[in-house]
Design a protein around this ligand. Structure first.
Ligand code: SAM
Length: 219
């Protein structure tokens, strides 16, 4: 993408620097790093923020929402341990950047967003970039996508007060769920999976996401 403020070569250099920083911070899965190297984050941010697209921070995308921090995208995706045939549910499409990363690594991605404009823009963007394995829906993602359940992996990209029961019910027996859980302003990124029939929660890192708003989220 031609940006007068940051020419192509500079974007490439800042993307390489970001990948090196993610390795330093402990991201080890080469498939995840390769996906981050392929997906052009600068295509998912507003034009005036293109110079910052490869900074390791969230950025505003309009409608009061944000594109997630690359480290959190990488860590969440790594924790999901995706196989190429996996069916993945994403709650909170936002810009569609994390959706594209999931689409690189999984079989089919089902993504739900409550803000119609964001869902529409993400669908157009991913279509233009050639992703054919993503299905979009507008609605309350705390209810999941019952018609397509169960899912091998579920990723929630907004902060929840608790893990929605509806999502647990839609997780396959071997499934992995990653979700930020906690207060309205600070959460713990949490991996939930089943071990011997019971649910195990593992904290991955502290984080700050916009609130998950819905029946099983915040009001
Ligand atoms: N991962 C996205 C990206 O890379 O651009 C960022 C997602 S943003 C941090 C969180 C998104 O979750 C927002 O777009 C917000 O509108 C959406 N959201 C909040 N509550 C939701 C709900 N109940 N169902 C679906 N989407 C929801």
């Amino acid at each position: 993408m031609g940006d007068p403020l940051r020419p192509e070569g500079e974007l490439t250099r800042s993307r390489e620097a970001l990948l090196a920083a993610l390795r330093e911070e402990g991201i080890r899965d080469e498939r995840v790093l390769a996906a981050l190297a392929r997906v052009p984050r600068h295509e998912f941010v507003p034009p005036h923020l293109v110079p910052y697209a490869y900074d390791d921070c969230p950025l505003p995308i309009g409608c009061g929402q944000t594109i997630s921090q690359p480290y959190i995208v990488a860590l969440s995706t790594e924790a999901l341990a995706l196989a190429p045939t996996d069916r993945v549910l994403e709650v909170g499409t936002g810009s569609g950047y994390q959706t594209a990363i999931l689409a690189e690594l999984a079989g089919t991605v089902y993504t739900v967003e409550r803000v119609p404009e964001l869902s529409r823009a993400a669908e157009q963007k991913l279509g233009a970039l050639g992703y054919r394995n993503v299905r979009f829906r507008v609605g309350d993602g705390t209810k999941g996508w019952p018609d397509e359940a169960p899912f091998d992996a579920i990723l929630v990209t907004a902060g929840a007060p608790r893990v929605p029961e509806g999502l647990i019910a839609q997780l396959a027996p071997h499934g992995r769920l990653v979700i930020p859980v906690g207060g309205r302003f600070n959460q713990e990124l949490t991996l939930v999976h089943r071990e011997g029939g019971r649910l195990v929660h593992r904290h991955l890192c502290p984080c700050t996401f916009v609130p998950l708003i819905g029946e099983e989220g915040w009001t």
